[in-house]
Design a protein around this ligand. Structure first.
Ligand code: BJ8
Length: 425
């Protein structure tokens, strides 16, 4: 790593030795999982570069933005509207929650039976290894599941800039009114942070920028319907993960370039695996960077993942925000409408998610669905039961798994995945 990077990390207050150790573990995992794949689209070289510079050049860019007065807002959830951040000249970044870190310290703040995602968020903060957390001017927590809700009370003592957003739990008129009130409050907080008053023009532009990212991902998803699959699930997941970190315009352009390449592959009937490869839809808890464990396991067992019903996937990106309004009020309503459709398992009842999984299984011609749950995640574990029943009633094979970020259960998971793939054949 360059001297500039080292100085930058030091200035951010990162713990240099643990940070170096983390980067080397991540680099090795990336090499083993990603660079060993065959028939990758050439355009993935861009994502390889992004990942190699995720704590390097991207952080330098964010620090340069800050030096020019732009604010950085960190977020843990897809309910935080990027449109509003962009309209106020701020940058929104996702905060890593995809790897275990500083576990002993974490256990002094959180009970052992907390999901890996929440523990990871704390581990990155307590271990001082996440430059995104350290360069955020505002960190947004959201009242979603009970675990996150209560964990933010504790996180508020560890960071000085936590902003907590309340969220509805029911898709009722009152629920929508709450979301609107919270997004209005968030808009005011972002305006106060940046000193920028959001107007119709800036909000429209913010909406269009985020919509363009989503449209590029929609295009990528549509191409994954092809058989043979033109891209691996691991690579598609990486694009969905980088969605939360990269410069929006550059991300859109890079995904569209990959799509151009995939269209040519499809025309030539070229894929990353033979046509007979079992096609899997993954549904459930989000997989944040660098959580590649389960997709790697599934694809190395001889299947291909063709879709993710996940917040790092189609649940997070599927709907666009209507940019046709001409006033801030109209556009804020459009943002509320768009985000209110997100069918996170914290909602009750939540029939949309079940319907969406069945629809995705059909659209992407999946041979089976794997429900991916993180241990101790009640909302997704609860929903996995009716989902399994409903899919089985439609003759769609389902495997339910629960795991965490450790590698201890890999052998056992592999056996279950292989048995499931046998069944599909
Ligand atoms: S909109 S899924 S990103 S809350 S895995 S922390 S639910 S115990 S991540 Fe999520 Fe927003 Fe919903 Fe999406 Fe809790 Fe479950 Fe842990 Fe979870």
């Amino acid at each position: 790593m360059s001297e500039d990077h080292k100085n930058m990390w030091e200035d951010l207050g990162l713990a240099l030795e643990p940070h170096d150790a983390l980067l080397s573990v991540l680099g090795n995992a990336y090499k083993d999982i990603y660079l060993s794949q065959k028939e990758r689209p050439q355009g993935m070289v861009y994502f390889d570069f992004v990942m190699s510079e995720v704590h390097g050049l991207r952080i330098r860019e964010l620090l340069d933005e800050k030096a020019h007065g732009r604010k950085i807002i960190g977020s843990y959830c897809v309910f935080v509207p990027e449109e509003i951040a962009l309209a106020a000249n701020a940058t929104l970044v996702g905060l890593c929650s995809g790897a275990d870190f500083a576990e002993d310290d974490v256990e002094t703040y959180l009970p052992g039976n907390t999901c890996a995602l929440i523990k990871s968020a704390f581990g990155f903060k307590l271990g001082q290894v996440c430059p995104y957390v350290e360069c955020s001017d505002m960190i947004v927590g959201e009242n979603t599941c009970d675990g996150k809700k209560k964990a933010y009370e504790t996180l508020g003592n560890l960071v000085s800039n936590l902003y907590v957003m309340d969220l509805p739990q029911m898709k009722s008129n009152d629920g929508k009114a709450l979301l609107k009130a919270e997004y209005t409050r968030f808009k005011k907080a972002v305006e106060a942070l940046t000193g920028v008053t959001i107007d119709a023009e800036s909000l429209k532009k913010g909406i269009e920028t985020v919509n363009n990212k989503r449209k590029a991902i929609h295009r990528l998803s549509r191409l994954r319907k092809a058989n043979p699959a033109p891209i691996s699930g691991l690579d598609a997941l990486l694009a969905n993960q980088v969605f939360f970190y990269d410069n929006p315009a550059r991300f859109t352009e890079s995904v569209n370039k990959i799509c151009d390449e995939l269209e040519q592959r499809i025309e030539k009937k070229k894929g990353v695996c033979p046509e007979s490869t079992p096609r899997i839809l993954i549904s459930g808890c989000p997989m944040a960077v660098p959580n590649w464990k389960f997709p790697w396991l599934v694809e190395s067992a001889g299947a291909v993942i063709v879709g993710e019903e996940s917040c790092v996937g189609e649940r997070g990106t599927r709907n666009l925000t209507d940019a046709s309004g001409n006033t801030v009020d109209d556009l804020m309503d459009a943002i509320v409408d768009r985000y209110f459709k997100i069918d996170c398992a914290i909602f009750t009842p939540n029939p949309d998610r079940l319907n969406h999984i069945a629809e995705m299984a059909e659209t992407y011609k999946a041979d089976g669905v794997i429900h991916y749950g993180l241990q101790f995640c009640q909302p997704y574990a609860m929903e996995s039961m009716p989902i399994e029943k409903a899919l089985k009633a439609k003759n769609i094979p389902v495997l339910k798994i629960e795991t965490d970020y450790s590698m201890e259960d890999v052998g056992q998971l592999k056996t279950r995945v292989e048995a499931f793939l046998e069944l599909l054949k």
